[in-house]
Design a protein around this ligand. Structure first.
Ligand code: BG6
Length: 465
């Protein structure tokens, strides 16, 4: 850095924390948790999972949460996002609720509150119960209704203990993974079905918000979206148009209905033109219109860079968003070699400005940002992972968040992905993201250098940059 160091102070009460999800952290436990789509994936193709590790034990949060909550404190958390497992509460996805599961989450949430950690609870993080998947997953209205009952049960059971609620994490994930790019069950490549899945999750989210409001809780409810500011290769009109389409399909498709209650006109016109509109009723649109989010979680990892298509589209091939653009690998880009994701810190700033200017400056926070590194034991010295790269990554992003706040953005917190190294979809334990290292054999936890940094950051509510 060639500038004089300054202390970047964050607003009073800023939420410092991290996030993870039930399937990735808990392990099965003993409440009679039902199977999920990840067990189905595992049965079908265990070789897909890095080094053959499934979610049976994961980070064993199920058994270790009392100690882990102390570790949250040690690493500066004043808030934490977890997800509530649908298949744990309802082993069949619907039907009878498990009282053991309710007791488990109530105790966990109570302990978090008692230790000064605000629980942010998310209701769906890629973990469809098996029975629901067999009924068609998000393609099915029956599954939407079962999800709303699950949400209703959660508001009743945990409403007194949760600080903020979220209906979905990255609803784009199941669409891309399950119906376009073959990395989530059911591993289908069929964009038309993907559009129905997208519509039904938007509807499910709105219906859950509608039910939430009836509970009259003091908390807020929102959604967590993975948003990638989209940059054209050049200012050339064709490149800019390509970027506009990519942005519509992958950002605005969820952002607009969630915050504004309507889908972007150009997106629906395009889907209509190609015969890809989903099935819906006028009542569905009214529910979506009347039940927008009260808070928005922004997951930011990398920008999307696109250019105009060079290869002609085969009009006989099935319609895909990529008919309008091609991805563009910018020469000289910086990227994380472990994950292949570009590192572009200013993207987080551009995202915040977009929310300020185009989405009513809604109450928002950074709900995920983080750096996955493979074989992190390599960076172990005297028993501690010296992840200075992660500290740099966090600081560089936070500096832009700080700038955005200075320019009036309503950003109220930062949650890192993740707390203790946890399992991830397909990649299993390949890329480690945590502030705390996990020894998979012994389940031993060791705070990384970044965990110590995070504590200081939170205690001082800022950092020198
Ligand atoms: C986020 C997801 O998009 O990326 C997390 O919300 C996930 O669930 C994280 O673990 C990191 O992904 P990966 O594949 O690098 O482990």
């Amino acid at each position: 850095m060639h500038h004089d160091k300054k202390f970047l102070k964050f607003p009073e009460g800023f939420w410092w924390g991290s996030a993870w999800s039930a399937e990735q952290a808990e392990g099965k436990g003993n409440t009679g948790k039902g199977r999920t789509q990840w067990d189905m994936s595992w049965d079908k193709e265990p070789n897909r999972f890095y080094r053959g590790v499934n979610t049976e034990t994961a980070t064993d949060f199920f058994h270790r949460y009392p100690q882990d909550i102390q570790l949250m404190k040690e690493t500066g958390h004043n808030s934490f996002r977890l997800s509530i497992s649908w298949a744990r509460l309802f082993p069949e996805g619907d039907g009878d609720v498990s009282q053991e599961a309710i007791a488990f989450y109530r105790d966990m949430l109570n302990q978090m509150n008692a230790n000064g950690i605000k629980p942010f609870a998310n209701l769906f993080h890629f973990d469809m119960p098996e029975r629901m998947m067999q009924k068609g997953g998000w393609e099915s209205r029956e599954v939407v209704d079962a999800y709303v009952r699950f949400a209703d049960t959660c508001f009743a059971a945990f409403g007194d203990l949760v600080f903020h609620w979220f209906t979905f994490n990255e609803p784009l994930g199941p669409v891309l993974g399950g119906y376009m790019e073959d990395f989530h069950y059911p591993n289908v490549v069929d964009f038309k079905r993907g559009v129905q899945v997208a519509f039904n999750t938007v509807l499910a989210s709105a219906k859950a918000i509608e039910v939430f409001k009836r509970h009259g809780l003091g908390s807020k409810i929102g959604i967590i979206l993975n948003l990638s500011p989209t940059y054209p290769r050049s200012e050339n009109g064709f490149d800019k148009q390509a970027a506009e389409y990519a942005d519509l399909f992958y950002n605005r498709s969820f952002l607009d209905p969630s915050v504004k209650g309507t889908f972007p006109q150009k997106l629906t016109d395009t889907l209509k033109q190609y015969g890809h509109l989903p099935t819906y009723t006028p009542e569905d649109l009214a529910v979506i219109r009347d039940n927008t989010v009260q808070i928005l979680g922004l997951n930011y990892y990398e920008p999307r860079r696109v250019k105009a298509r060079t290869a002609a589209v085969d009009p006989q091939s099935p319609f895909m968003p990529e008919w309008f653009f091609e991805s563009y690998v910018m020469p000289g880009r910086r990227f994380n070699p472990h994950r292949g994701w570009e590192i572009y810190e200013k993207g987080i700033y551009d995202l915040c400005i977009d929310i300020r200017d185009n989405y009513g400056n809604i109450d928002a926070f950074i709900s995920e940002n983080g750096m996955g590194v493979a074989d992190e034991e390599r960076f172990m010295q005297n028993g501690q992972v010296q992840d200075i790269y992660r500290i740099g990554y966090i600081k560089n992003h936070l500096a832009y968040v700080h700038q955005a706040i200075g320019e009036g953005c309503n950003i109220n917190g930062y949650h890192l992905w993740t707390f203790i190294d946890c399992w991830s979809w397909i990649n299993a334990y390949k890329n480690r993201y945590g502030l705390v290292a996990l020894d998979l054999n012994s389940q031993q936890r060791t705070v990384k250098l970044s965990g110590e940094f995070y504590k200081k950051l939170s205690d001082e509510n800022g950092f020198e940059f």
